[in-house]
Design a protein around this ligand. Structure first.
Ligand SMILES: [Zn+2]
Length: 409
């Protein structure tokens, strides 16, 4: 079998995770290129969308203009300022709240960063006002500082306005934490290139071409073609085949490093799935509580408790996704249900700790195997009414599962 690195040229035959494989082909400056093998198209696309729109960054949200005699109207200047990428590395430690949810009156250091701009042209030549004129107030850290290009030749900052002699701009910007779900200015990526099936052998794309021209000339194969086996013209149409290899090209704008964007995107997606799951569980448990008052408490009193992550992390823990995303270690609980989400060999409390991404799935059994003995679904005999979110949670033995969040989604 021909290979590129350790990646076979034959795409995986399954897309359910059995042949899961990731190959990072390039990490350079503001880009990461990687290949994800063996997952469903829907999941692959969710990863792309999470990177685009579900990562917290800083962006200027309000501008207080005291003087603007430039040719740009205030609104246009404010719009340009809003799109300036601001360094958001380590932001979550400093800017902990969304502005709208903060308990301050309008803004405070826990929900915002202040930048000021004072520029006046005093010479007869045109003055260029750039993001280098934006000064971070307070200066506790570099969080909120306008980002510069990773290219050493492009260190002049981003042009905001041009001033003729006598013109001036004085303003104050309030940058807040947000996500591109609300406005694209918070997106940490310029684009996420996403491709599968570069030879279009599955015919998902209708390659339009002029009559009399050769479609192969009109539609040259992309760079990613080199990672796959070129189909022969005589090959039969694989009508049963589904896409199972995906090429990502993440291009960062400047707020975050491209590799961090990938990790944070995955964090965001996992959190979202978990919240959906917890929401469904809460609904179910409510129903059960009405029907059998006290039963849930019984379950909670078992050693380890199981439900809601008694143990590390836990439901609603501070800044959670809790400590353990699927803890649990030992033997299968009697009557433990299916679909352990983490369980298995992952030691309790270490299943999923957000900054240490590799922890998730460190156990080969993270999505099956032993995990299937675990919490999700719970077990009828002896099981807690509220299954914990991990390994042994359901049977009230491990109880390291659980998770939560302080942020509503
Ligand atoms: Zn505040």
């Amino acid at each position: 079998m021909q290979t590129v690195g350790e990646l076979p040229q034959q795409v995986p035959a399954t897309y359910n995770g059995d042949d899961l494989r990731v190959k990072v082909t390039e990490v350079k400056g503001d880009r990461v290129h990687f290949i994800l093998d063996g997952v469903h198209l829907g999941l692959a696309n969710s990863v792309r969308r999470a990177m685009i729109s579900r990562i917290d960054t800083l962006a200027i949200d309000q501008v207080q203009i005291t003087e603007n005699t430039s040719v740009l109207p205030d609104e246009m200047l404010a719009h340009r300022l809003g799109l300036v990428p601001l360094n958001s590395e380590g932001m979550e430690k400093q800017v902990v709240n969304y502005n709208k949810e903060c308990d301050c009156d309008s803004y405070c250091p826990r929900c915002s960063v202040i930048l000021t701009l004072d520029a006046k042209c005093t010479t007869s030549s045109t003055m260029e006002v750039t993001t280098k004129h934006l000064i971070l107030e307070g200066g506790m850290s570099d969080v909120g500082k306008p980002a510069l290009s990773t290219d050493p030749k492009l260190q002049d900052g981003i042009l905001l306005a041009k001033l003729a002699k006598g013109q001036e701009i004085h303003l104050r910007c309030i940058a807040t934490k947000g996500r591109a779900l609300e406005h694209a200015k918070w997106s940490p990526v310029a684009a996420v290139g996403f491709e599968y099936d570069p030879y279009n052998k599955l015919k998902h794309t209708d390659l339009w071409y002029e009559v009399g021209t050769d479609p192969k000339d009109e539609w040259p194969v992309s760079e990613n073609g080199k990672y796959e086996k070129k189909p022969e013209d005589t090959d039969a149409f694989p009508f049963n085949e589904k896409p199972s290899r995906f090429y990502y090209d993440v291009e960062a704008v400047g707020q975050l490093k491209p590799e961090d964007i990938v990790l944070k995107g995955l964090d965001a997606l996992i959190l979202q799935i978990g919240q959906l799951r917890q929401g469904l569980l809460d609904l179910t448990n409510q129903g059960e509580q009405h029907a059998h008052p006290g039963q849930m408490m019984d379950g909670m009193e078992q050693p380890g408790g199981g439900a809601f992550g008694v143990g590390d992390g836990g439901y609603g823990g501070p800044n959670a996704y809790g400590g353990a995303y699927g803890g649990g270690a030992g033997a299968p609980p009697p009557g433990g249900g299916a679909y352990g989400y983490g369980g298995g060999a992952t030691p309790a409390g270490q299943g999923y700790a957000p900054p240490a991404m590799p922890a998730y799935g460190a156990s080969p059994a993270h999505f099956g195997g032993q995990g299937q003995q675990g919490g999700y679904g719970g077990g009828a005999p002896g099981g807690s009414r509220t299954p914990g979110y991990g390994g042994q949670g359901a049977n009230g033995q491990g109880g390291a599962g659980g998770w939560g969040t302080s942020e509503p989604w």
